[in-house]
Design a protein around this ligand. Sequence first.
Ligand SMILES: *Cc1c(COP(=O)(O)O)cnc(C)c1O
Length: 226
Amino acid sequence: MERRVAALRARIREAEERFERRSGVVHVLPVSKMQRAQAIRRAHTLGLISFGENYLQEAEEKITALSDLHLEWHFIGRIQANKTRPIAALFDWVHTLDRAAVARRLNEQRPVDRPPLNVCMQINISGEASKGGCLPAEAANFARAIQEFPRLRLRGLMALPAPADDFDQQRLAFRRVHEIYQILNDRGTGMDTLSMGTSGDFEAAVAEGATMIRLGTAIFGSRPAP
Ligand SMILES: *Cc1c(COP(=O)(O)O)cnc(C)c1O
C-alpha cells in the first residue's frame, strides 16, 4: 500500500501540473468498501484520514472498530430511504444524495450534537437507468431544496459516469458535470466540491476540475471477496 499511495500522489501532482490546476487542490478520498478495518488502519499510518464506504452495515462495523482514530467518513453508496438514520448519525459526508425525500429525512435525523451533514448531489450524467443521481435538468431545483434544510450543508456535486476507455470520452462526461457546477455556482449556490473520478479515470476528472477523487483499488489494491 505504501508504494501504491506514493505512486498515486506523484500521479496526482503530475495531473495537477499538466492540467494547470492549483497544486494540492485535488483531495483523495480513499474508498474502503470491502476492505477490512486493518487495511484502513494501515492507510491511516500513511496520512489518510477520510474514507468512503458504500454499504451501511459493513461501514457501521468499521466505524465502530476504528473509533479510536477519529476518521472522517463519507457515504458514497446508494441510499435506501429506510436506512437514513444511521447514515445521518455516523457519517460526516454523503456524496449520493439524489432525491428530496432522502434529504428531508437526513435533515430531520442529523443528531443535534453534530455539525450539519456535508452533502453532494449525485448527478446521473450518463443517463443510466441503473445508476442513482438526479438528472442534470433537475439539479438547480434540487440544490434549492437542499439549501432549505438547516442540518444539511450543500458542498458540491458527485458523479460516477459510465466507464469509458478513451481519455477524451472520459473528459467529456466530467466536463458536463463541471458545467452544471459552474452554472449553479454562478447563481450563488456556493459549492466547493466536485467529487468525481475513480482509479480508472481520475486523471480525466482532474483535467475537468475535480476537487475530490474517490480511489479504491488504486490505494488498497483489488478488493477482497466478501
Ligand atoms: C467503488 C467506488 C469508487 C472507487 O472505485 P475504484 O475503481 O476502486 O477506484 C468510487 N466511487 C464510488 C461511488 C464507488 O462505488
